[in-house]
Design a protein around this ligand. Structure first.
Ligand SMILES: *Cc1c(COP(=O)(O)O)cnc(C)c1O
Length: 405
């Protein structure tokens, strides 16, 4: 009568092999620590890829889940619900936006944004205003439309024929945008910091120039803040660190703190061009997800937590610099707030995966962003002593890594 005890080998047997998970299976989390099946403890510098922004089992969020879980989980979208309306108001009160659409993931938020941009283009009265400008190395999700908009052909080429009318340009190249944009363009989609593409921040001048071109050609500017939003960079959204305001903002990841939810935010002018029946989702904006996200939002949207991101960011960067002085593995540390990318130097080129494997063995979880970049996206409220302990462990990992070969 022993219950079935899953093992890592079961993954290979049962799961479609699109992931290559670590050898251990996490079973429990608390704050910025995780424990595996054997009771081994790990410091979490990954935070579910910028999702667990308040760590694991934050009491306020757990409470919101339990409270809503005992009230109402789901209603059909023939009905609205209180948690969705409360969350919508919070998102609107804290941004340029006046209208919200809820969905379940980042890809769905971008899918909605791109479809809305096409609809707005159609309604503009300008013939064929349906071209989308996106950027090399961008990541916008895995639906066919969003993966085609993303800027890494290896993620989309096997699924052709792909949606048409999407052009990819070099990131941060304003001249390229100027040359490509026209009356036929309906949208430009940008990550203010490319996350999956290697933690590459957009230049302010580039963003300002793109905004001007979008205004000139009546093009919707979409900011994909699925990774950079919800306090990750030290302000509630990364666009708030810039003089630029987008027309559409997409968020997900940290919005639910680990509960699946995404959102597309926009102005009245554009939001109302989606009309009854134009778009939809069964789960999107369900009361359980929105209640959890509402609690996450309230905790993150405080000066205390946002200032804490910049303080912790400094600790991270100083700790990385200190380790790097000893081991000389990185040539550059970039990003903002608690979205940090460390670029390997030529001697260790493309070996980021080995580093995070050693790190996990030493009890600290880290992430890659492509083969050449070690990435950190920890909880925004990770305790100082977890940061210290995490870097002691990372030091042991780098010692082993640099001694190899
Ligand atoms: C993670 C991510 C997405 C996709 O989100 P999903 O929830 O996995 O669909 C889209 N854009 C960016 C910038 C992301 O980081």
């Amino acid at each position: 009568m022993n219950p079935y005890q899953p093992s890592r080998e079961d993954f290979d047997q049962y799961m479609i092999p699109i992931y290559s998970p670590a050898p251990m299976i996490p079973v429990r989390g608390q704050g910025s620590r995780l424990w595996d099946q054997g009771g081994r403890e790990y410091i979490d510098f990954v935070g579910g890829i910028a999702v667990n922004a308040l760590g694991h089992l934050h009491p306020i969020v757990v409470n919101a889940l339990i409270e809503q879980g005992q009230k109402l989980w789901h209603v059909a979208n023939g009905f609205t619900n209180e948690p969705a309306l409360r969350l919508a108001k919070k998102l609107i009160d804290s941004t340029f936006a006046e209208k919200v659409f809820f969905c379940n993931s980042g890809a769905e938020a971008n899918e909605a944004a791109l479809k809305l941009a096409r609809k707005v283009g159609l309604k503009s009265g300008i013939a064929n205003k349906n071209k989308i400008i996106a950027f090399n190395n961008a990541f916008h999700g895995r639906t066919l439309f969003t993966v085609s908009t993303g800027g890494q052909a290896k993620y989309s080429q096997d699924f052709a024929p792909l949606p048409e009318g999407i052009e990819h340009l070099p990131f941060n190249d304003l001249a390229a945008v100027k040359a490509a944009i026209s009356d036929q363009t309906c949208a430009v989609i940008i990550e203010p910091i490319q996350g999956e593409g290697g933690v590459i921040p957009a230049d302010i001048e580039f963003l300002k120039g793109v905004r001007q071109l979008c205004d000139q050609y009546k093009v919707l500017l979409i900011f994909d803040e699925i990774q950079t939003g919800m306090g990750r960079t030290g302000s509630l959204y990364a666009y708030m660190n810039t003089p630029v305001v987008p027309d559409i903002l997409t968020i997900a990841k940290a919005l639910g703190g680990g509960f699946p939810i995404g959102a597309m935010l926009t102005t009245d002018q554009f939001g109302k061009q989606f009309v009854f029946g134009d778009h939809g989702t069964t789960y999107g904006g369900n009361p359980l997800a929105c209640a959890v996200a509402g609690a996450v939002f309230d905790v993150i949207n405080t000066q205390d937590v946002l200032d804490g991101v910049l303080f912790r960011s400094k600790l991270f960067v100083e700790s990385i610099q200190k380790l790097n002085a000893q081991y000389q593995v990185f040539q550059e540390i970039r990003g903002k707030g608690l979205l940090i990318g460390c670029v390997l130097n030529a001697h260790y080129a493309n070996r980021a995966k080995e580093i995070i494997t050693f790190a996990a063995e030493e009890g600290v979880m880290a992430l890659i962003a492509g083969p050449n970049i070690v990435r950190f996206t920890p909880s925004l409220i990770i305790p100082e002593n977890d940061i210290q302990e995490g870097f002691i462990r990372l030091g042991r990992a780098l010692a082993r890594f640099t001694q190899e070969k």
